[in-house]
Write a protein that binds this ligand. Sequence first.
Ligand code: UGA
Length: 461
Amino acid sequence: MVLLKEKLEKIDIDDIKKDVKIGIIGAGYVGLVTAAGLAYKGYNVLIVEKDKEKLKKIKQGICPFYEPDLQKYLLDSIELNRLSFRENIFDLVNECRYIFVCVGTPIKDDGTYDMYYLDIVAKEIANSLKNDFKVITIRSTVPPGTGRWFKKAIIRYRRGLKANFEVVSMPEFLREGNAIYDFFNPSRIIIGSDNYDIAKEVSELYSDFNSPILIVSLEEAEIIKLASNAFLATKISFINSIANLSEAFEANIENIRLGIGLDPRIGMDFLKAGIGFGGSCLPKDLTALISVFNNYQINPILFEAVKIINEERIEIFINKVKNALWNIKNKILTVWGVSFKANTDDIRESPALKIIPRLSQEGAIINVYDPKGLHNFQNYIQKNYPHFSNNIKLIENIYESTVNSSAILITNDWDEYKKANYYNIYELMETPIIIDGRNILNPLEIKEIGFEYYSIGNNIK
Ligand code: UGA
């Protein structure tokens, strides 16, 4: 969805909304999209962000990461004075009745969520509270029980002083790369609280969204978020398992997917076989969910299997490459895709981060291309594999990345790969081989041009 600035300016600012101040703590994906989206809707949005470099960019209307259309919403909101910045949580809490907590919740080495940042925020909010009532909404992804802990932490930090607030849990379901669309068209709005009236009040902020609103308990909201991501991850590992079966026979997983997904009880979404799920959410939330299960002595076997199946995808893909090429030493391999999926520059937990160093270690020379992810990948390689940096070349042109190449490995699903001119690419390569880890190309068309084509779960000769 592209909304033009002229359109934005024409929207009548609802006087009531203009006077409603919403404070956002943390300008990451969720925080920044929420801020820009609510500002677009007409609210008066304030942001606090601790990372000074990031904040500097945001203040200039520059989005610190690539997310389609977000920069435009950001710039417009700032220009229209609907989005402003505060130096600290104290000022934000003082000015706003509604506070949205959107700080990161990374996981620790033991697989549990790190509550450090949330605890700091609880303390700072506690130290900022005065007499007027505050509605504190947690939007970060958290384990069940967090909202209640957050409440308790604020009360503790108040050290017996009056604490006039309520905590609400409102998980976010937006996808990177589709964040703006998802913000304005959420499949559902989940609001969890001990206090129904406050939950209702928060739901009214979203009254002009055309989406179902569900008011539940704090813990239910938290579980809904983790369970949703776990279900999506399960679907992907399910289809990847079936892809392994498909490869053992003369079958194509794409036909099988269609045959399964046409059952409306199953559906097509998240049934795309490939090299596994990555990103900052699905892998992390799955690991953390397993920890929560273990913590409560509940058998996490289903989710452990989902995780193992996902991790195996890397090995399966590397074997596919080696089987296709016979020898990879001193060969140029072109890898298309370092971000964990299309339309984002986010490389966190991207399968390519494991695949590229493994192939490089075995002596391959890797030409890497990605429409947006190269800068993040360069930092990653320099930090983690400086000894490979001579054999891993980052190339900013898709065609150039294929010159003298022995094979193209497709590791994410940007549209640009589908639109490329494969007749040209055929001429540029040493041996025209494509190993498509995301099943995005049409096998018949590609083979027709003269390529040897391998994909996931497809054993049709
Ligand atoms: C995911 C959820 O989809 C969002 O609803 C949620 O809000 C978000 O996590 C979060 O918790 O913040 P996201 O991480 O942006 O969103 O990515 P997805 O679109 O879910 O894709 C995750 C991974 O699964 C990608 O690597 C993608 O390539 C892979 N995938 C997806 C498949 O391998 N097959 C599919 O059929 C779909």
